[in-house]
Design a protein around this ligand. Structure first.
Ligand SMILES: NC(=O)c1ccc[n+]([C@@H]2O[C@H](COP(=O)([O-])OP(=O)(O)OC[C@H]3O[C@@H](n4cnc5c(N)ncnc54)[C@H](OP(=O)(O)O)[C@@H]3O)[C@@H](O)[C@H]2O)c1
Length: 295
């Protein structure tokens, strides 16, 4: 468990992302729910989803039915919604309120523990939007507000600002250079959650390892990101050669070593991966890793 910034709460250091293939209709709901239940049994208290992540909110709502939501940090997003293949963005206060209303229904929660603006551009992070979020907190519709962004300009714009208690950004082995910004935000009292904590497993992808439609889906998704990510991933091939470790749990363990990260999020669709990732939290980082992967 780790402190969640200035909120006074504690959360599990590893959190389960309820997005990606997990949230796709083609992934059986029964298996998706079983993963959430296994994570809960292992002490995971953080679950991250969003309205633009396929069936993510509905599935997570079903998986958590009957549990005490106040003991968990369920995060969802606002500002992006998927319409067919199109991703529509709207960060107007009205759209954010409507999105929260829909998310409450889909998640089956009167009060959503945490809401993050999903990739809001810096120029739209204005006072009206901050007030609208504050009002949702006062009304009791959301517990905490925050920003999910990979843009350092947007992140610095909300540094220390109310009501942005939570910041989700892409701190992972592909982006060790984010370490300093993570510390800046944490020093300003905000809880930093590391998105794509496994670095999308790009450094471990292997064509010969395609065994199921989900593997192909992740491969195709991996063709999307920038060449910079691929270059970083190629340089990290050695993660697969560290004795006694599998590359993804090792990458998660490395991200957890940052003292200012409140929670590292990963996504998985396989129970054995879930357990290997959670086991990594209790292991020592192998010697020399911090030097090879400086933050
Ligand atoms: N990526 C983004 O842009 C983004 C943005 C906002 C928030 N987030 C949050 O971050 C969460 C995680 O991000 P993500 O899904 O993009 O990437 P990720 O968790 O970094 O990587 C997921 C990939 O890692 C693989 N994996 C996980 N554990 C493994 C293991 N032990 N061995 C081998 N492979 C393993 C998964 O495959 P298997 O299913 O086979 O395990 C999947 O291909 C999301 O669910 C979301 O909550 C991400």
């Amino acid at each position: 468990m780790r402190p969640l910034g200035r909120t006074g709460r504690q959360v599990s250091a590893l959190g389960l992302g309820c997005a990606s293939w997990w949230a796709q209709a083609r992934f059986p709901e029964r298996e998706a729910i079983a993963l959430v239940h296994a994570a809960l049994e292992r002490g995971v208290t953080v679950f991250d989803t969003g309205p633009s992540y396929g069936c993510g909110e509905i599935r997570l709502g079903k998986a958590l039915r009957g549990r005490d939501p106040d003991r968990l940090l369920v995060l969802t997003k606002a500002g992006t919604e998927r319409h067919g293949r199109r991703l529509r963005k709207d960060f107007s206060p009205t759209a954010i309120r409507t999105s929260v209303e829909r998310s409450r229904k889909r998640l089956g929660l009167d009060r959503i523990p945490a809401l993050l603006l999903h990739g809001c551009p810096p120029e739209q992070l204005d006072e009206r939007l901050a007030e609208a979020l504050g009002e949702l907190v006062s009304r009791g519709w959301i517990g905490h507000a925050g920003l999910n962004s990979f843009d350092p300009v947007a992140l610095r714009q909300v540094k220390g600002r109310a009501p942005f208690d939570l910041i989700m950004t892409d701190y992972n082995v592909l982006r060790p250079q984010r370490a300093a910004l993570v510390s800046e935000l944490a020093a300003a009292g905000q809880a930093v959650l590391a998105a794509a904590g496994a670095g999308r497993a790009l450094y471990a992808l292997d064509w010969t390892g395609i065994r199921a439609p989900r593997d192909l889906w992740y491969w195709l998704r991996a063709l999307g990101p920038s060449r910079t990510d691929w270059r970083a991933a190629r340089r990290l091939r050695w993660l697969s050669e560290v004795p006694g470790w599998q590359p993804v749990p090792l990458a998660l363990r490395w991200a957890l070593a940052h003292p200012d990260v409140a929670c590292v999020l990963f996504n998985t669709t396989r129970l054995q991966h879930l357990h290997a990732n959670l086991d990594a939290a209790a292991r020592e980082l192998p010697p020399g890793l911090a030097e090879r992967l400086p933050g």
